[in-house]
Design a protein around this ligand. Structure first.
Ligand code: FES
Length: 114
C-alpha cells in the first residue's frame, strides 16, 4: 500500500511532521534532504513523538514525555524507558509529492508488536 501524505514543501528540514497513513499516525522528518518516517506513537506510553525534539546528527527523535529517543532509521529506542521499536515506513518523493508505503505482508498491527 502506498499513500500520498503531502507535498515536498510540507516537510521542512529538521522539523517533525505528523501525518496520517491509512489511519495510523506517522511522524515524518527531513534531515539533510532525506525523509524518514516512523510510527508517531511512543512505544512506552503512547505519547506523540512528533511533539518531541529532533536530533539531526544522530537521526533520532526524542519523546517529550519521558525522554526516550528513537532511531529514525530503524524505529528502535536508543535509551530507556521505551524498550520496543516503533514501525518504520518507506518514504519517497515523486514529482513533489511525498509518498509513504509499507509492504503488503507487513501489517501495521505487526509493526505495533501485537
Ligand atoms: S511516553 Fe515516550 S518515553 Fe514515556
Amino acid at each position: 500500500m502506498t499513500e500520498s501524505v503531502g507535498v515536498s514543501g510540507d516537510f521542512e528540514e529538521g522539523k517533525a511532521v505528523k501525518v496520517d497513513f491509512a489511519g495510523f499516525p506517522v511522524v515524518v522528518v527531513r534531515i539533510d534532504g532525506e525523509l524518514f518516517a516512523i510510527g508517531d506513537t511512543c512505544s512506552h506510553a503512547k505519547y506523540s513523538l512528533s511533539e518531541g525534539e529532533v536530533y539531526a546528527e544522530e537521526r533520532e527523535i526524542e519523546c517529550w514525555k519521558h525522554g526516550s529517543t528513537f532511531s529514525l532509521r530503524d524505529g528502535h529506542p536508543t535509551c530507556f524507558p521505551a524498550t520496543k521499536a516503533v514501525p518504520v515506513f518507506d518514504v519517497a518523493e515523486r514529482d513533489g509529492v511525498v509518498l509513504l508505503s509499507r509492504s503488503e505482508d507487513d501489517t501495521i498491527d505487526a509493526k505495533r508488536g501485537r
